[in-house]
Design a protein around this ligand. Structure first.
Ligand code: CO
Ligand code: CO
Ligand code: CO
Length: 318
């Protein structure tokens, strides 16, 4: 990335430098456009479910920035040897999620590829003064996570035939759930920073938010919601390669306290279409938890820690 030319534009509010989720371009004083794209290869066997998860993941970055997705285009790679009906199911899964998101899907582009790939390019809108970045947390804020973690471990367990039907199902619900409802509920509050939890895992994305805010996040490991069996599968070593990558890359920034190895593995587990991590004042956080309870999310949410003065490490596990 270092060799790419730099782009500057007075209307580019969020660009590449803050490792935020998407680009934001101000159109006028009232409206800014959020632009993002995401696609990947199948992570579950069922094509409809794969489409739904990939779309849910691609749409997520718009909510993570406080916006509303409005227009989506399909990005598709598909091998000529596979039944076109499979592609139809992938696209149907994606389209259903775009519909649920309240956005419109208006075509896209397909190329021939050895492996199926699917995702979306998404445009959304946000008021320029209501953007959620990953860099505005304040000391004393609480941290709220809106989905349980562990999808990488469960997927690894699934491939090895070691995970239970129950945890596989739970992981699918987590991955396919839109962050829409959580975002809408949270919009009533003064969210000081937000990100969605994806490839860098809960701790990797928390580090980005803590560093962006120039503070330390204190996370209570036993309060973090995890998919059933995630800890026991991690204990058996059913951990994806991405977890080790995340641990190696970020471990110098985490005071791991008395955290056991399997808990650390799940905290660093790369997530597919993970939840939102939000920071806001303690007082507002209490009310947000009540509202999330009332909204009836399909996923587990919890207050998992708080923002403290800057320490040597970005994250302190307690
Ligand atoms: Co993101
Ligand atoms: Co993304
Ligand atoms: Co074309």
């Amino acid at each position: 990335m270092g060799k790419l030319p730099k782009f500057t534009d007075p209307n580019l509010i969020v660009g590449i430098e803050t490792s935020d989720d998407a680009a934001i371009y101000k159109i006028n004083e009232e409206v800014a456009m959020i632009q993002t794209l995401d696609f990947f290869t199948p992570i579950v066997d069922d094509p409809y479910m794969f489409g739904a998860i990939a779309a849910s993941n691609a749409l997520s970055d718009v909510w993570a920035m406080g916006g509303e997705p409005k227009v989506a285009l399909n990005i598709v790679g598909f091998p000529s040897c596979l039944d076109p009906e499979v592609l139809g199911e992938i696209l149907r899964g994606g389209a259903d999620k775009v519909k649920e998101a309240g956005a419109v899907l208006i075509g896209g582009h397909t190329i021939k590829n050895d492996e199926p790939q699917y995702g979306l390019s998404v445009s959304g809108f946000v008021h320029p003064e209501k953007i959620w970045t990953n860099a505005g947390a304040n000391v004393g804020d609480v941290l709220i996570l809106t989905k349980q973690i562990g999808t990488g471990v469960i997927n690894t367990g699934m491939k090895a035939d070691m995970s239970s039907e129950k945890s596989n199902k739970e992981a699918e619900i987590v991955m396919a759930s839109l962050n829409k409802k959580a975002k809408e509920v949270a919009s009533k509050y003064n969210i000081t920073s937000c990100t969605d939890i994806t490839g860098f895992g809960l701790l990797g994305h928390s580090i980005e938010m803590a560093e962006g805010s120039d503070l330390t996040f204190e996370i209570e490991a036993d309060k973090v919601p995890m998919i059933s069996d995630a800890l026991s599968l991690a204990n058996m070593g059913l951990v994806p390669a991405g977890t080790y990558k995340n641990r190696n890359y970020f471990s110098g920034k985490v005071d791991t306290g008395k955290c056991s190895e399997n808990v650390l593995d799940v905290l660093f587990d790369p997530q597919t279409s993970g939840g939102l991590l939000l920071s806001l004042s303690e007082e507002e956080g209490k009310n947000l938890l009540k509202d999330l309870e009332q909204a009836g999310l399909d996923t587990e949410f919890a207050l998992i820690g708080k923002v403290v003065d800057k320490d040597e490490k970005s994250i302190r596990l307690v």
